[in-house]
Design a protein around this ligand. Structure first.
Ligand code: ATP
Ligand code: MG
Length: 608
């Protein structure tokens, strides 16, 4: 949190300005006041001295004149000394009376009594006598460090002749002391006023800064995403309005913040519930967002991918150099298979542009197309298998028919054999086409089962009986079937097809003297049916494949035996249509067991 420096704060600025203004005002008033006071005091001082001097002047004038008219009695000097002594001195430090011959006639200063009758040397007195004019100056006495007012007032007789001079020295210190005292009071008053105004200034400034500081604090809380508090509105002034606006801003922000959060939540849940993967990047191609579906598909934790390049994440290093090529490429199939699993994804790319058409990022939507691709591959394989399977009998037939055409038909021995082959091949082709038709109907789910309640064990015995009727001599059949009733809800014809195929396979692949064991076991909820032979077996890696269409473990051999590789594929579809499972186990050279399950009808229905 940034702190405002002490002298930068509004509060101190405000207070300083306040005090400065007051200082200026005090200065101006002070200057004016001091000036006025000095003038007033000086005037009072002067007039009090002047009054006394005037009175003295009058008395002296009388004395001087009397001296001329009446002789005898007291001397002039004595009379003057008496008059002088009567003067109320006060601030007057020295008062001398001097005649027009510059001789001192009287003085108030006791120390200068010996000056009486002597000539004075004072310049001011000389000037007054010389100019017949009153002299008035202010002098500084360096000894006493006092300022004194020095006056020399001529005494005129009735004919306007100068008879003498009154010399007065009066100390100004009293006036200055008084002024000093008043100034001190004024200064104290000013200091008090400044102190009071500083306090007031601080308080007034606080009323402004307090709401501002509060708003600042509030703004900081808002920055952290907390909009729960409001600023207190102290007054209805500009700051109060600002606080109101601020609160308004707060509630609007709160609202939009909530809206944004809601939108983000929606977006997040949309992204996480999508089955397609979404990866977003910035304009450099570095991943900024990846949903869980994408994470699952590419096998990475969405959080740890952030910041990695999309090209690396999708393993496209060898196929593209630059991100900008991707959107033009339409969609891409990327192989994410590992040793265990075949896995393909399709990635589509698009660019995100801002208003000025600048690229701000890329979006890639990825989807799992493994099944789709597998189905497509199966379909292609199937078409090629069918064509291959049909071509073989057709070429055989063609060559036989050609031979017949070339004259073999006349040969009574060869012709029937050749025609027999053609018939066998035709039968095989018909069988195969029928099988294919059945499979395609089952794929399209247009192959209804007509299920009924069948006692499986009894039914199994019947099937085996039928096989025994035209069993090749070198094969033995063995039954391991439980006693009792085991009802199964099934389509008898379809189940016969399954058993026919499994048993005829076993016969087909059994060696001379081999035994085929037919078994049925009660596993509580289902029956486990198995057919085992002692043939050459199937290698482990091919065990699952024998249930695929057209798959034959040993092509050359089985074709000779007349198989098309569709029997077990049909059996598998039919067993599954009965909610069962079919699989095979085998030991190479020792024999093969084909097993399948069939759900038993529950006790209640069994009893019914
Ligand atoms: P179809 O049954 O259509 O006439 P097929 O018997 O060759 O022809 P499937 O019954 O689907 O086809 O069997 C697939 C392949 O599985 C056979 O070609 C064979 O290689 C192998 N197979 C099936 N049963 C056995 C078995 N009991 N012993 C050894 N291999 C078997
Ligand atoms: Mg078969």
């Amino acid at each position: 949190m940034n702190k405002v420096g002490l002298f930068r704060s509004i509060q101190s600025k405000f207070t300083i300005i306040y005090i400065l203004l007051l200082l200026v005002a005090v200065q101006v008033i002070g200057a004016f006041f001091t000036n006025e006071l000095e003038r007033e005091l000086m005037e009072n001082f002067e007039s009090s001295i002047d009054d006394r001097v005037e009175l003295l002047n009058y008395n002296l004038e009388k004395a001087f004149e009397r001296e001329r008219n009446e002789e005898g009695g007291s001397t002039l000097q004595e009379e003057i000394q008496n008059i002088v002594s009567d003067v109320e001195t006060g601030d007057i430090t020295t008062l001398e009376v001097i005649n027009n011959q510059s001789r001192v006639l009287g003085t108030t200063n006791v120390l200068e009594r010996d000056m009486i009758g002597k000539k004075t040397t004072r310049d001011t007195v000389q000037d007054a006598l010389f100019f017949d004019e009153r002299q008035d100056t202010i002098k500084f006495n360096p000894e006493t460090k006092n300022r004194v007012r020095v006056q020399a007032v001529p005494i005129f007789d009735s004919q306007e002749n100068v008879m003498g001079v009154i010399y007065v020295e009066a100390s100004l210190e009293g006036v200055y002391d008084q002024m000093q005292e008043i100034n001190d009071i004024f200064l104290q008053g000013s200091l008090l006023a400044i102190a009071v105004s500083a306090v007031v200034g601080i308080l007034v400034a606080r009323t402004i800064t307090k709401p501002i500081s509060e708003m600042r604090r509030q703004a900081q809380t808002m920055a952290k995403g907390d909009f729960s508090q409001k600023v207190k509105v102290y007054s209805k002034d500009e700051i109060g309005l600002l606080a109101d606006t601020f609160n308004d801003l707060n509630s609007r922000l709160k609202h939009s913040y909530a809206t944004i959060e809601e939108e983000q939540f929606k977006l997040r849940s949309v992204l996480s519930n999508m089955s397609d993967g979404v990866i977003a990047t910035d304009n450099t191609g570095a991943v900024t967002l990846m949903n869980e579906a994408a994470g699952r598909m590419i096998g990475r934790d969405p959080d740890e991918v952030n910041g990695e390049l999309l090209i690396d994440v999708l393993q496209l290093e060898d196929r593209v150099i630059n991100m900008t090529e991707l959107p033009d490429s339409g969609s891409m199939i990327i192989d994410f298979s590992d040793e265990d699993e075949f896995f393909l994804i399709r990635a589509k790319f698009s660019t995100i542009l801002d208003e000025e058409e600048n690229i701000t990022g890329f979006i890639s939507v990825i989807s799992d197309v493994t099944e789709q691709e597998k189905a497509e591959q199966d379909r292609r394989e199937f078409v090629s298998n069918v064509s291959h399977e049909l071509r073989t009998p057709l070429t055989t037939m063609k060559s036989y028919i050609e031979a017949l055409n070339d004259g073999a038909w006349e040969d009574k021995e060869i012709a029937p054999r050749f025609l027999g082959v053609a018939q066998t091949e035709t039968d095989r082709m018909i069988r195969m086409v029928n099988d294919l038709l059945q499979l395609s109907k089952m794929d399209a789910e247009e192959y209804p089962l007509e299920k009924e309640r069948v006692d499986f064990i009894q039914y199994f015995h019947e099937v085996i009986d039928r096989f025994e009727l035209n069993l090749p001599e070198h094969i033995n059949l063995k039954r391991q079937l439980p006693e009792g009733q085991f009802p199964v809800w099934m389509d008898k014809d379809k189940m016969t097809q399954v058993l026919d195929n499994v048993i005829s396979n076993a016969i087909k692949y059994s060696p001379e003297g081999g035994t085929i064991t037919m078994k049925a076991e009660n596993k509580r909820h289902y029956l486990l049916v198995s057919v085992s032979d002692q043939g050459m077996g199937i290698s482990y890696d091919k065990l699952d494949k024998i249930f695929e269409r057209f798959y034959r473990a040993d092509k050359a051999r089985t074709r000779k035996l007349g198989g098309t590789g569709l029997g077990l594929a049909i059996s598998k579809e039919l067993v599954e249509a009965h909610h069962g499972k079919i699989w095979a186990t085998s030991k190479e050279g020792k024999g093969t067991t084909v097993l399948f399950t069939l759900p038993l009808m529950n006790q209640k229905r069994r009893g019914a």
